[in-house]
Ligand binder design. Structure first.
Ligand code: NAI
Length: 792
């Protein structure tokens, strides 16, 4: 090894390893094996549990072993969490804030230890664990101590959910633990968390910190294990919510397994995030940022900027700069403070990366890696660039989850956005341009939950994080993240019971299809595909009329019509408000007619029917009011950024309406979605479809653009099935009986559409606190967090 003088002379690299002996001593103390942390105690559990070994990916050495929790241990953890919940949730926010604050302080005090342990266990560079992972862990507990403190005033209408099951991945082991545990316990929930099998050690050390912080037993329970343990948590009947971060594949399994259980669910899944460089960008800054985007944490980052899209005029220059930068890359001992890239978490993952790169090459990609030293021992993979790829190349489509960048060029902004959005994921995007207009135009067009402008991979506890499409749903961080761990306190109003069909005494509906109300699709009345109709009974069994008997084709046509009306999302809230007011005005002119119709169909008294009509007018006004008021937030993370949390429409929302209060619920189920810029396909109550078909005549005269509101009547089960399985439907709001909710949730797993169901409960539609407002609006939006440079 060179001495200091020689190093100065040659400026050659000399290793600078972080001290790790004291962490190894701690591991030695645990050489008998770690235990689960249940009810405030370390418990070995059933002797028959499988034992998992944790290895240092940089060397292959065994670090520790721990058991895989089975039914007994998971039950014990859930039971402890359930028993503590009433007490913990009743503590004042301030009391809970103090516990979170203590955890934050302990993380800070132990930050060096935790950084080294994380690096040993995961293989990521100490530079990252020391400067990013662990400081952010502390930041999360501080920030959420604050939310606990403010809970009574800021979330007065909400209450905690109960026992929350949390399953986390291996790429940011302790940080993901903090993302999950901090908001959950801040709001008064208790948790059972399972760390990933490759990286459980910092979670187990954190359990010791929980003991030191005197967190009441049962509030935080940590059980170790593999997928099977995760599955036991997911299926446990006493769990009120599952929060999962990991692969899209497992996310789908969890969606199916929790379907119909009433468990709240948030999924933070994979990504294939674009990194867009426009020709006017600061190219050196952009390339350095690209290094952070894809070679940070060896590219094992769900939001890694893994698809470079660079404007053609500067593509050559950018490639040159990337290659130059990578040629001086240092890859090796993650404990070395001067290393750029550490080890891949496990040989299984490295093999997966290798396979995908080889497939990408077979499909025509040009694979390049710098000629740098890559350690032969340990689990390393060189930084890799694949160029000359088509959008269909597997390396472009699949999440590689490794240090592999694909590169493509574009000529126009539109082409850049088309390429950026050409993915089933939607987690993050990075945009580099010195032109603020262009950068923000692009930011508004990418379909991702996070956008970084002239920066990348920014994370903060105050800012929401989460994806669109198959990147999952729900947000973590900030105020948005808090809503994932609470529910409204209000009583709903019993169980949703479909109104039974009434036998029609005499089907005098001889009128042909021409007189029968048709489907309302693309702004026009449209004959149903089958040209079939169905009779509708009045409340007393007399004949009330006929409606179209829609089928799958009608639903597909309606979705197609909605698809063709994307302009609605770009209209201003002010314009949408005017249209909603206009609908309300036109509807109120026909108040008497609708009152009579309600009386005829439901048997309601005139007073009751009139009250429903009046409430419907008011509801339309309410969403006219909200259309330009449910706007976003601006966050101030502790960096030179401002983060704009923009409420964006989801896209195409299907709404399936209940039979109860059929006029008011019908309007309540689409008006908020439309107010926020979504296009809707509405399936009205099967028992009272005439209210919806009467209503479309109002829509026809109220300046609603074609395709924004589409109404399909028919047999509910068929229509719901088609909607739930339709790939272009991005969200489904479903109000119906419990078994149907289960079906909708299961079917939604394919494209991971957002499902909002009533889980079989009946809503009190008349009460504006239950039947309208923010809860509806939040389900009508995706929050896009746009990070901008801000400050001097
Ligand atoms: P994974 O999704 O299998 O593992 C994540 C966590 O889920 C772990 O704690 C695991 O034990 C648990 N798990 C596995 N199967 C489960 C089940 N059926 N029920 C409940 N919990 C279950 O991810 P894996 O296999 O470690 O990595 C495979 C790929 O997934 C990666 O190459 C990457 O593409 C993606 N991934 C994405 C992550 C992200 O942050 N979005 C994180 C980790 C992996």
């Amino acid at each position: 090894m060179s001495n200091v003088a020689e190093i100065f002379e040659t400026m050659e690299y000399g290793p600078a390893p972080e001290e790790s002996a004291y962490v190894r001593d701690w591991l030695k103390e645990k050489s008998g094996g770690f235990q689960h942390y249940i009810n405030g105690e370390f418990i070995s559990g059933d002797k028959s549990q499988k034992i998992i070994e944790s290895r240092n990916p940089a060397t292959g050495e065994k670090l520790a072993s721990f058991p895989a929790a089975g039914e007994t241990e998971v039950n014990a953890a859930v039971t402890a969490a359930k028993a503590t919940f009433p007490k913990w949730s009743k503590l004042s926010g301030h009391e809970r804030a103090k516990y979170l604050y203590t955890l934050a302080r302990l993380v800070q005090k132990n930050s060096r230890f935790l950084s080294v342990l994380e690096t040993l266990d995961n293989g990521k560079p100490i530079r990252e664990t020391r400067d990013i992972d662990i400081p952010l862990v502390a930041r999360h507990f501080y920030h959420h101590a604050g939310w606990a403190q403010l809970q009574e005033t800021e979330f007065a209408d909400y209450e905690p959910l109960g026992v929350v099951g949390q399953i986390i991945p291996w790429n940011f082991p302790l940080l993901m633990l903090a993302w999950k545990i901090a908001p959950a316990i801040a709001m008064g929930n208790t948790v059972v968390l399972k760390p990933a099998e490759y990286t459980s050690l910092t979670a187990l050390y954190f359990a010791e910190l929980c003991k030191e912080a005197q967190i009441p037993p049962g509030v935080i329970n940590i059980v170790t294990g593999e997928g099977e343990t995760g599955e036991l948590i997911v299926k446990h009947q006493d769990i009120a919510k599952i929060a999962f971060t990991g692969s899209t594949e497992v996310g789908r399994i969890i969606r199916r397994q929790t379907a119909g259980s009433g468990k709240k669910l948030s999924l933070e899944l994979g990504g294939k995030s674009p990194f867009i460089i426009f020709e006017d960008a600061d190219l050196d800054g952009a390339v350095e940022s690209l290094v952070d985007a894809i070679w940070f944490n060896q590219g094992q980052v769900c939001c890694a900027g893994s698809r470079l899209l660079v404007e053609e005029s500067v593509a050559g220059k950018v490639t040159e700069k990337i290659k130059k930068r990578l040629s001086s890359f240092r890859i090796g001992d993650p404990l070395d403070k001067a290393i750029d890239m550490g080890a891949i978490v496990d040989p299984v993952q490295r093999d997966r990366i290798q396979t995908l790169v080889e497939q990408g090459e077979k499909e025509g990609g040009e694979v390049w890696s710098p000629k740098i030293d890559v350690p032969e021992i340990g689990c390393f993979y060189p930084p890799t660039l694949i160029s000359n790829v088509s959008p269909s190349n597997v390396a472009v489509r699949e999440e590689i989850f490794g240090p592999v960048l694909t590169s493509m060029s574009f000529r126009t902004l539109k082409e850049a956005i088309d390429l950026a959005n050409n993915t089933r994921y939607g987690l993050a995007a990075t945009i580099w341009s010195e032109n603020v207009n262009r950068a923000l135009e692009a930011a508004s067009m990418v379909k991702t939950g996070v956008v970084w402008v002239n920066t990348t991979n920014g994370f903060d506890a105050a800012c929401g994080f989460g994806g669109y499409r198959e990147s999952g749903f729900g947000r973590e961080g900030g105020r948005e993240g808090i809503y994932e761990y609470v529910k409204l306190r209000k009583e709903w109003g019993g169980i949703e019971k479909p109104v039974p069909a009434v036998e029609i005494e005499e089907d005098s509906g001889v009128e042909g299809i021409d007189q029968t109300p048709k489907q309302f699709i693309g702004g026009k009345q449209k004959r149903p595909d089958w040209a079939r109709t169905m009779p509708v009974a009045a409340h007393d069994g007399t004949y009330a009329g006929r409606v179209s008997f829609g089928n799958r084709k009608d639903i597909r046509d309606a979705v197609e019509a909605a698809f063709k009306a994307p302009g609605w999302g770009a209209t201003t809230g002010h314009a949408r408000a005017q249209i909603l007011y206009f609908i309300a005005e036109n509807f109120s002119k026909r108040a008497d007619e609708f009152t009579k119709r309600l009386q005829q169909l439901t048997g309601a008294t005139k007073t009751k029917a009139r009250a429903e009509v009046d409430a419907t007018v008011s509801r339309l006004f309410a969403y006219g009011a909200w259309a330009d008021k449910y706007d976003g937030l601006a966050h101030s993370p502790p960096s030179r950024n401002v983060v704009l949390a923009m409420n964006e429409p989801i896209g195409i929302v299907a709404t399936v309406c209940p039979d109860t209060v059929p006029l008011l619920s019908f309007v309540s189920m689409w008006a908020p979605a439309v107010a926020m810029g979504n296009r809707v396909v509405v399936v009205p109550s099967e028992r009272y479809p005439l209210l919806a078909t009467d209503f479309y005549q109002i829509l026809e005269t109220s300046d609603v653009p074609a395709g924004v509101i589409n109404i399909v009547t028919g047999e509910r089960a068929t229509l719901v099935k088609t909607l739930a399985e339709h790939d272009q439907v991005e969200a489904i709001w479903h109000h119906g009986p419990a078994d149907e909710c289960k079906f909708v949730e299961e079917a939604s797993a394919d494209n991971l559409k957002r499902v909002w169901t009533n889980h079989g409960r009946a809503r009190n539609w008349f009460d504006p606190r239950i039947g309208e407002g923010r809860e509806f609006l939040s389900h009508a939006c995706e929050v896009k967090n746009i990070w901008l440079p801000y400050g001097d």
